[in-house]
Ligand binder design. Structure first.
Ligand code: SF4
Ligand code: SF4
Ligand code: FES
Length: 359
């Protein structure tokens, strides 16, 4: 239960309560203030790197980063003013000047449009700044999942932090500082030679598309709108929520649902990248049964179920009920798992049943 007793700040003149340890940004977000961010991901510890979220604090000499400043009783905070908007615009102009590209494809990743959206909102493509660019891309990394296009990197470190704090992998880190800042693996090697599990979380949190979803980007040239359909990953029993991206009838990619109760934006390599089976020519779309010559031939569901029932009964009659062992699929819903154990226990008379989700 939240406890805001005696804790209030003044947010754009309005007195509002806050909870212990809340930052100014969290209080402001709850009160629907639009404060721009780039290095912020609410699943991660605040970092305070981009300074886009600055607000004015009465009594402070300079604007403060709202994502790292804790709310204190009596604070008087201004979230929007002419000088704050100017500050944000100049910051964005500078970010634009040191990156190769702002308009990355939306298939790049869940957060990939954040920089583009802010740059457009602040009309920050002025070209007033020019000079050195930062980040060196790694087109030599042959992994089939993750584009490493660091010439679009803004050094927000979200990728490094999500890899460490969410995935616990510490596969990538930051090398050097300033214009020489580089996101890298240990000894600058390939991702496959690091402790990377190819979970894709760094891709999905990257606000610029510097890290991109290579599998989804295969469909970038298809001239159809991207549609997203909320679903549940079919692989195991955890039940991670996903948004399936389609162009027409083609599944083009998967994005984790940031509000998925079981995964909160996380996926494993299978849920994230292994969706090609949907359109694979070898995919089974009808049951098969063996004919009298042992060859698999297409059948109707009734034929297949009759054949399976006859085979199970034959095994029980010949070898006894404990000759059977059932494994429920982790892809099946609870109800199907329940029905299978009922069939095995009550119908066939054995308790030899397990579920692959235990693995
Ligand atoms: S794919 Fe996952 S494990 Fe690999 S670097 Fe990105 S966050 Fe880390
Ligand atoms: S690669 Fe993306 S997430 Fe990582 S630091 Fe660069 S911009 Fe941020
Ligand atoms: S969002 Fe607060 S400093 Fe980047």
């Amino acid at each position: 239960m939240s406890d805001t007793t005696g804790r209030t700040i003044f947010l754009d003149g309005e007195e509002v309560p806050f909870e212990r340890d809340e930052t100014i940004f969290q209080v402001a977000e709850r009160h629907r203030k639009e404060i721009p961010t780039l290095c912020y991901d609410d699943r991660l510890d605040a970092f305070g790197g981009c300074r886009l979220c600055v607000v004015e604090l009465e009594g402070a000499r300079n604007p403060v980063a709202s994502c790292t400043t804790k709310a204190e009783p009596g604070m008087r905070v201004t979230t929007k003013s002419g000088s704050l908007e100017m500050h944000r615009r100049v910051l964005l102009e500078m970010v634009v000047s040191e990156n190769r590209e702002v308009d990355v494809d939306e298939l790049s990743g869940y957060a990939s449009q954040e920089l583009k959206t802010l740059v457009d909102r602040y009309d920050a493509r002025t070209g007033r700044f020019s000079g050195k660019t930062s980040g060196t891309s790694r087109p030599d990394d042959p992994n089939p999942f993750i584009l490493r296009d660091y010439e679009n990197c803004i050094s927000c470190y979200r990728c490094v932090r999500v890899c460490a704090e969410q995935e616990g992998d510490y596969a990538i880190t930051v090398m050097n500082r300033g214009f020489d800042t580089q996101i890298t693996t240990e000894f600058g090697g390939l991702l496959k030679d690091s402790s990377c599990t190819f979970c894709g979380q760094c891709v999905q949190t990257c606000p610029t598309g510097a890290l991109g979803d290579l599998k989804a980007l295969r469909f970038a040239e298809v001239e159809k709108e991207v549609e997203k359909t909320r679903s549940i990953c079919p692989y195991c029993g955890v039940g991670c929520a996903v948004d399936i991206m389609t162009k027409g009838d083609q599944v083009v990619g998967i994005q984790p649902a940031m509000d998925g109760p079981a995964n909160e934006g996380a996926l494993c390599v299978k849920g994230q990248f292994a969706f090609d089976f949907v359109h694979h020519p070898d995919r089974l779309k009808t049951p098969f049964v063996r004919d009298d010559h042992g060859q698999l031939v297409p059948a109707t569901w009734d034929e297949a179920l009759d054949k399976a029932a006859a085979g199970l009964l034959e095994a029980v009659n010949e070898h006894g009920r404990h000759s059977l062992y059932a494994v429920a699929s982790g892809r099946a819903p609870n109800e199907a798992g329940y029905t299978l154990q009922k069939l095995v226990r009550a119908g066939l008379g054995t308790s030899y049943i397990d579920n692959c989700s235990r693995a």
